[in-house]
Design a protein around this ligand. Structure first.
Ligand code: CP
Ligand code: NVA
Length: 307
């Protein structure tokens, strides 16, 4: 069973194929054509955390493809003691063709995938956010026309989004620079993981945001306090204060684009002037979540349809 739980569950060739389908479907969508490639297919979304972009972009993508979606929350008992994750996954996958999961802990989505007889796609965990990073690199390709040889600078917390971008950058020959206080840089375990899954990654970790953004094609940031870390918010705000992406920092990367996965805490990790400024592509980036996930669904389910 083909699950997409971490970015490295896709190969560079898979990503090329997904991007090609996404491009084709996006071009058609812009001409008013919605190709029903997945008629009658059903997608379940099982979310333990709030979501605007991931939920709605997946649901809209499935509707455009001629399928339908079920958004499942606490009322199904997911994540509670009502039944085991194995029983939940085993039963849910009898009814649907694909499951998109947003879980607090990465271990939960792994349990769900182990039990599921249909593909499970990660819609964010505390460890990674592969669909976000895929859409981000697709957006980079749209803007610059290529990906290889470019540099992406991530300024702020080395979190789930940063980890996913680092892996995909390694796979697609993009240099990755992380500017953060030491404590918010990647853990030794994750660095080891990177050296195993993307040994070719050109990785820089620095405490100096100016050094990170120098010659970058993309300056990227995300919230300092991710969902689930709220009790640590004050400390994070204090430690990450020097890492705000503001107009002064962007002057060190005059030809780069600015990205943020959203939702943003304006005034914390990014100023209004940058997120609303001429270098920002955050709205196009969010729009591409739908186009790339549509490509991913069509590619993944189109290959192996249930009879
Ligand atoms: N970027 C992103 O995943 O947004 P949501 O949390 O709104 O889904
Ligand atoms: N790092 C953020 C991303 C939200 C899309 C979080 O996990 O809350």
């Amino acid at each position: 069973m083909r699950h997409i739980l971490v970015p490295e569950d896709l190969s560079p060739a898979d990503i090329d194929a997904v991007f090609a389908v996404s491009r084709d479907l996006k071009t058609k969508y812009e001409k008013g054509i919605r190709e029903p490639l997945l008629p009658g297919r059903v997608m379940a979304l099982v979310f333990e955390k709030p979501s605007l972009r991931t939920r709605v972009s997946f649901e809209a993508a499935m509707a455009h493809l001629g399928g339908s979606s079920l958004f499942l929350g606490e009322d199904t008992g997911f994540g509670s003691s009502r039944e085991s994750m194995a029983d939940f996954g085993r039963v849910l996958s009898q009814y649907v063709d694909v499951i998109v999961c947003r879980t607090k802990s990465h271990a939960t989505i792994e349990k769900m995938a182990a039990a599921s007889s249909v593909p499970v796609i990660n819609g964010l965990t505390d460890f990674c956010h592969p669909c976000q990073a895929l859409a981000d690199l697709y957006t980079l390709k749209e803007h610059v026309g290529r990906m290889n040889g470019l540099k992406l600078a991530f300024v702020g917390d080395g979190n789930n989004v940063a980890r996913s971008l680092a892996v995909l950058c390694g796979m697609l020959d993009i240099s990755f620079a992380l500017a953060a206080p030491k404590e918010f840089q990647f853990s030794p375990q994750f660095r080891k993981h990177l050296s195993e899954v993307v040994p070719e990654l050109d990785l820089m970790e620095t405490i100096d945001p100016k050094k990170a953004v120098e010659s970058a094609a993309v300056v990227y940031t995300d919230v300092w306090t991710s969902m689930g870390q709220e009790s640590d918010r004050l400390r994070r705000k204090k430690e990450l204060e020097p890492y705000r992406v503001d107009e002064t920092l962007m002057r060190h990367a005059p030809s780069s684009i600015f990205m943020h996965c959203l939702p943003a805490r304006r005034g914390e990790e990014v100023t209004d002037g940058v997120i609303d400024g001429p270098q920002s592509v955050v709205v196009q980036q969010a729009a591409n979540r739908m186009h790339v996930q549509k490509g991913l669904l069509a590619w993944l389910l189109g290959q192996k349809m249930k009879p």
